[in-house]
Structure formats: C-alpha cells, structure tokens
Ligand binder design. Structure first.
Ligand code: HEM
Length: 362
C-alpha cells in the first residue's frame, strides 16, 4: 500500500513509523479500494469503441495538460486519495482509538493497584520553590493550547462518530467550525510555549548517571518506599520533555504544511535526507501526495503525543500527592522534593539557591 501511495516501482528497504502504520493497514486487511475496479482488464458494461487504455491511465492518475495556472488540475483522478482515506479512516483511526482507550484503562488499573503515590514521610514543615512564574507560565501556555488542539483535533478524526449522534448535525457543525479556528490559531500559542519550555529546561534534560538507577527501580512508581535519586528532572520526565519537544516540532511542521496547502512540502526533502542514510525513499512526490503524507504523519504524531500526555497529566495531578503544587503555586513540600528529586534539593542547598518557606498550617 505504501508503494501505491508513494507510486514506487518496487519494494524498498523502508523503516520507521509511517511504514509501520501503513503496513498495519495491509495487515488489518484495510487495503486500498481505488484500483480494484480495473483488475481483470475489462470494464463491465463499456460501450463498443470504449478506450480502455486511455481511461485506465486516467484512473491511475496520469498527468495531462491544462491551460490554467494550477497544473495539479491536469490529474483527473488522484488514485492515491483512495489509499490515503483508507489509511486515515482505517489503521490510523482504529489503532489511535485503541491506544487512547488502552492508556486510560492502564492508568485506571495502576490507580486501583498502586493507589495515589503518597509522600512517605508525610508533609514537611517547609516548602521549596520548584518552578518560577516564567516556567509555570510557559508550561501552562503549552499545556492549555495543547489540550485545545488535542480535543479539536480528535474531533476532526472521531467527532462524526462520537459527537454528531449526541449533538445533532447543526450543533456538531457549529462546534466543529469553532474547533477548526481554535485549532489553527492556538497552534501558534503551542509553538511559542514549545520554544519557551525548550529554552528554559533543555539544560536539565540531558542524560546523567542517576537515570540508570531510576530505570532500575522503575522510578519508584511500583514499590512503596522506593525513591531513586534524581536531579531537577528524573528519567521519566526527560522522556516526557523530549517527546513534547521533538514530537511538538514534528507536529508543528506537518501542521504548518497543512495550514498553507502546497506551500510547504516537506516529505520529499525529508526522504532525500533519509536516503543519505541508506534508505531508498522517493525524493519526488506530487503536491497532493505531500499533503496526504503530512496529514497522516500529523495525525500519527498527535495521537502518540496525546497518549503520552494523558499519562503525564495523571501523574502530575491525581496520581502523585504533592506533584501538582510544582506547577500550581510553584512551591513543593520539602519531603516531596527530597523523595522525588533528592540530588536537586542538595544541589540547591549547596548553591544556597533553595528558596524555603514555612508551609502554611493545614
Ligand atoms: C493539563 C494538565 C497538566 C498537568 C496537571 C500537568 C502537570 C505538571 C506538573 C505538576 C509538572 C511538574 C513536575 C515536577 O515537579 O517535576 C509538569 C511538568 C511538565 N509538563 Fe505538564 N501538566 C499538564 C499538561 C501538560 C501538557 C499538555 C504538556 C505538553 C504538551 C505538558 C508538558 C510538561 C513538561 C514538558 C514538563 C516538564 C517535564 C516533566 O516534569 O515531565 N504538561 N506538568
């Protein structure tokens, strides 16, 4: 199927996420419908003198000549569109839907088995400043815009199946139109937040030796009383940070490509760079195929990020006692800080940078 979408002559040595997702389409039997009508060579019911070869070429997307400026109009039938639709409405939507449901079920099970992760030593007498106003502002700019983008994006993929029957066509249409505008304009808030959190936190997100200990102890998430040492961010948070930054950049670029149709084609150029690493991806793609790949990629990265962020939101709110304060008031309980970021607390104290405050009486 991938070969048909990309119009490739022969199977190549592909790898990567797109290939996985598109190969999954074949695996699930959600194959293309576009070219099936011509199989067998005959067109049922065709009149005498019917030019099979000509219409077969048209059906296969042959490029003709047009006198208008938009040369894309020279392709009468863009066959890859069938494959694009089959992949979008098939494996991308289906696997994405299961992944969203799966992470919610997993977190519910985790909550039932492990319960809320408590501060083992109980709340202390002092609070320590963890994130300043700028850091919190950058976090909430990214988070709130991401949430609106996530809901309005999910509406584009699933709304007609989930919301339309509930709201009726009129309300659903108005809501979707509003969602479309929010999706477009808030993407700029998200990109701004992304740049800010990258600048503010990148220095704290490089791997260090404490990460191995954190991994060995499963982050202390599964065992009560286990508290692997960590600096400002532990290994799990570094994964979140890099997923947000790299996933965010990728989703922003493919989103811009969709926002300005045919103006910012990226896949042929990206494939050309990947080919330098020994792959044999097509480095010439028609403008319409560029758009179709941008849409599929945008949806896949968005779904992966949403799944990751559901886990992040769980642990930053109901999953762990004391965690939300870090992004709420910016001040965390000193015992929480010692249990989850012991090295960071000692470093801050050594530097004399630990801003401690008396915790208000409960
Ligand atoms: C809306 C619900 C959310 C809540 C309650 C929440 C909560 C938190 C908290 C408490 C922290 C600090 C953890 C610590 O002290 O170490 C944090 C960090 C962070 N948040 Fe969120 N967050 C939310 C949504 C998001 C979203 C949607 C994104 C990005 C798209 C995001 C990106 C990050 C990043 C990159 C960090 C730093 C790395 C980390 O601590 O995992 N957050 N969040």
């Amino acid at each position: 199927m991938l070969r048909r979408i990309l119009r490739l002559p022969s199977p190549g040595g592909f790898s990567g996420l797109i290939v996985f997702a598109l190969a999954a389409a074949l695996f699930l039997g959600l194959g293309p419908v576009g070219l099936q009508a011509q199989q067998g060579g005959n067109v049922p019911g065709a009149a005498p003198g019917y030019n099979y070869e000509f219409w077969r070429a048209v059906r296969n997307g042959v490029q003709g000549n047009v006198s208008i400026p938009d040369k894309k109009a020279g392709v009468l039938v863009q066959s890859e569109g069938d494959n694009w639709r089959a992949v979008r409405n098939g494996p991308v939507s289906v696997i994405g839907g299961w992944a969203l449901l799966g992470i919610i079920i997993l977190l519910a099970l985790f909550f039932l088995l492990r319960g809320r992760i408590r501060i083992d030593r109980g709340r202390g007498k002092r609070k320590i400043t963890r994130f300043n106003a700028l850091e919190r502002g950058a976090h909430w700019l990214t988070a709130v815009s991401f949430l609106v983008l996530a809901f309005s994006g999910l509406n584009i993929l699933y709304g007609r199946y989930v919301l339309k029957p509930l709201l009726g066509p009129e309300l659903f249409a108005s809501l979707s139109l509003l969602g479309k505008y929010l999706h477009i304009y808030l993407s700029f808030a998200f990109m701004t937040g992304l740049v800010l959190i990258f600048i503010l936190w990148v220095k704290d997100n490089f791997p260090n030796r404490h990460d191995l200990e954190w991994i060995a102890e499963g982050g202390g998430l599964f065992t009560k009383g286990s508290h692997p040492p960590a600096r400002k961010f532990n290994f799990g948070q570094k994964i979140i940070f890099w997923a947000v930054v790299l996933g965010g950049i990728s989703i922003s670029l493919s989103g811009l490509s969709l926002m300005f149709p045919f103006e910012l084609p990226m896949f042929a150029k990206t494939f050309a760079v990947l080919n330098m690493l020994g792959l044999s991806l097509p480095s010439e793609l028609s403008p319409v195929v560029e758009m179709q790949l941008a849409q599929i990629w945008h949806a896949i990265v968005a779904l992966i990020l949403i799944v990751i962020m559901i886990a992040h939101i769980y642990i930053g709110s109901i999953g762990m006692e004391g965690a939300f304060d870090a992004m709420g008031s910016g001040e965390v309980d000193e015992n929480w800080a010692k249990e989850h970021h012991s090295v960071w607390v000692s470093e801050m104290k050594k530097k004399g940078a630990a801003k401690m405050k008396k915790a208000p009486a409960e």
